[in-house]
Design a protein around this ligand. Structure first.
Ligand SMILES: [Zn+2]
Length: 292
């Protein structure tokens, strides 16, 4: 790793930032507080803590909504336009991110443990116009955060990078810690206040989720899992029911296949969303989230 230089990583980040043209941001974006983070991982990267990464992701959400960040060009590695996300190396600059699809993104972040999967992917998509940028990424964790703070000009803060003169409060949850989607679930399905017998199978749309909404399997938060239809999820290109996927993941990660414990949407448990949608569990009902 002696050949690797953090300056070259900075150069790549500058390119990503320029491609997203921060110059277009000429006036203050109106904002009351940062949105709730969608990053639910707990891992540091490039010397940035999970909390620092969350803060940047919150700012990026605002930039995406305002059209300053777009994934329209598709994955900059494989070209896929499905479920495109952003990948960042420099979390001090919220513009410094490149569009990337879920599978490429997951493989990128797993490269320290599964280097061959990443290197194979680089070979497979060596025609990408941006392949050189991805080949620069080091194969071991680096402390890019410290390097950036010592070698570049400030503000060294993703919020100040967008709102240089303002203090923006962090997200604070409203009374009920449920996502917007879940609280706006159809009220008709809430009538079961004293439910009898088993509750209905989970319908993701009834629960206020949408196609593409990301679900997290807590024992393996890096797994990319999204809502595919009202009754199925998409994982590694496969369409599976919640039960089938829970069983597969439980086996792979050696954990229990308890649907109620492991699933989250952001920081809200799917079990709570299910309860909010279909009413509380009847004393006689077996199990919790029904999926059949
Ligand atoms: Zn891709």
């Amino acid at each position: 790793m002696t050949q690797f230089s953090l300056a070259s990583l900075y150069e790549i980040s500058r390119r990503w930032s320029q491609r997203n043209s921060p110059e277009a941001l000429t006036s203050d974006i109106p904002i009351k507080q940062l949105p709730r983070t969608r990053y639910d991982g707990n891992n540091s990267y490039n010397g940035f803590s999970a909390d620092e990464r969350k803060r940047t992701e919150q700012v990026m959400q605002v930039l995406r909504r305002k059209g300053f960040l777009s994934t329209k060009a598709g994955c900059s590695l494989c070209g896929s336009t499905e479920r495109t996300q952003f990948h960042a190396e420099d979390y001090l600059d919220p513009f410094a991110a490149t569009p990337i699809c879920g599978p490429c993104h997951m493989t990128l972040h797993q490269r320290f443990n599964k280097p061959n999967r990443w290197l194979e992917r680089l070979d497979r998509f060596s025609d990408s116009p941006f392949i050189a940028e991805f080949r620069v990424l080091p194969m071991e964790q680096v402390d890019f955060a410290t390097w950036l703070r010592e070698n570049t000009d400030g503000p060294h803060d993703p919020v100040r990078a967008v709102w240089p003169d303002r203090d923006i409060p962090d997200y604070s949850p409203k009374a009920k810690p449920l996502p917007q989607a879940a609280t706006s679930a159809p009220k008709t399905s809430m009538k079961a206040e004293t439910p009898r017998g088993p509750r209905p199978p989970i319908g993701f749309f009834q629960c206020g989720l949408e196609i593409g909404t990301r679900l997290t399997f807590r024992p393996a938060p890096e797994e990319d899992i999204t809502v595919h239809t009202n009754r199925t999820l998409l994982w590694r290109g496969r369409e599976l029911s919640l039960t089938a996927l829970t069983n597969s993941l439980a086996k792979e990660y050696g954990v229990s296949n308890d649907r109620n414990r492991h699933w989250f949407v952001g920081d809200v448990s799917l079990s709570d969303i299910y309860d909010a949608t279909y009413g509380p569990k009847a004393a006689s009902a077996e199990g919790d989230i029904s999926d059949a």
